[in-house]
Design a binder for this molecule. Structure first.
Ligand code: NDP
Ligand code: 8X3
Length: 251
């Protein structure tokens, strides 16, 4: 049978592009997010190509996460691949004036949410002694940039958790790795700047950012390696981006 992939944050950006590409490639999909209309639209569209199950939960709510996974229909309980993608930046402020609600959101979603989803899925992978977990980190998990403070901390935590998971799950033959994108034009900056779309768009002025499909293709490569190959860590940036702050912009 085709592999079953659970993707968090499938309603937009990287998660959605991955769902679309993986459907074309015949993976069975469990698509997660909070925006029900978008989940249903994806199910209707991608359901023409593969089996699709949708789950609506906020990754911050551990009971909802656990209940949703426990209640999966029997033909979707064996999850082969988990893509921990849900996440966002909230705000871009110096530490002295950062908003504590933004801090809570980033740590609760990007770090604790990833843990809750993983905790709900790992036990069955351990039982079956097989599985593959891919965490979507960021270049922000590899270096810190001005005003990135808490978002960078959350992605550094994802980096550490990826290594920790790989070490602990090694004995069960479970693959664990991370894909760490640089600037990808999605709804990411719209969320970061709280609906100020002009400001969000200006992030990508003067260079060609990655598009979500670039990361979807990377993820397809990662999940289609042979059984004995694990891609443990990948950084993918636009050609114009040399580091978190160095961009070759058109003048
Ligand atoms: P988008 O804003 O386009 O997508 C974010 C996704 O996460 C949405 O599907 C959203 O779904 C979901 N999500 C957000 N909060 C929650 C929550 N509390 N519970 C459940 N789902 C949630 O951004 P991207 O596609 O760019 O981001 C995907 C991942 O990639 C994130 O982890 C981000 O940090 C990372 N990343 C992004 C980069 C970029 O430049 N864009 C670069 C490096 C990493 P919904 O609102 O329906 O719940
Ligand atoms: C998203 C990339 O540079 O905005 O993780 O933090 S960045």
């Amino acid at each position: 049978m085709s592999k079953t992939v659970l993707i968090t944050g499938a309603t937009s950006g990287i998660g959605k592009a991955t769902a679309i590409l993986f459907a074309v490639k015949g993976f069975r999909l469990i698509l997660c997010g909070r925006r029900q209309e978008r989940l249903e639209a994806l199910q209707n569209e991608l359901g023409k190509k593969t089996d699709v199950h949708i789950l609506n939960f906020d990754v911050r709510n551990k009971e909802s996460v656990s209940n949703a996974i426990v209640a999966l229909p029997s033909n979707f309980t064996e999850i082969d691949i988990l893509i921990n993608n849900a996440g966002n930046a909230h705000g871009l402020d110096p530490i002295e004036s950062g908003n504590t609600e933004d801090w809570d959101a980033m740590l609760d979603i990007n770090v604790k949410g990833l843990l809750y989803v993983s905790k709900a899925i790992i036990p069955k992978m351990v039982e079956r002694k097989s599985g593959h977990i891919i965490n979507i980190g960021s270049t922000a998990g590899k270096e810190v940039y001005p005003k990135g403070n808490v978002y960078c901390a959350s992605k550094h935590a994802v980096d550490a958790l990826t290594t920790g998971m790989r070490i602990d799950l090694n004995q069960y033959g479970i693959k664990v790795g991370a894909v760490n994108p640089g600037a990808v034009e999605t709804e990411f900056s719209n969320v970061r700047f709280k609906g100020d779309d002009e400001k969000a768009d200006s992030v990508y002025d003067g260079f060609d950012p990655l598009v979500a499909e670039d990361i979807a293709e990377t993820l397809l490569f990662v999940v289609t390696r042979p059984k004995h190959v694990n891609i443990s860590d990948l950084i993918v940036t636009p050609t114009a981006q040399a580091s978190a702050t160095v961009f070759n912009k058109r003048s």
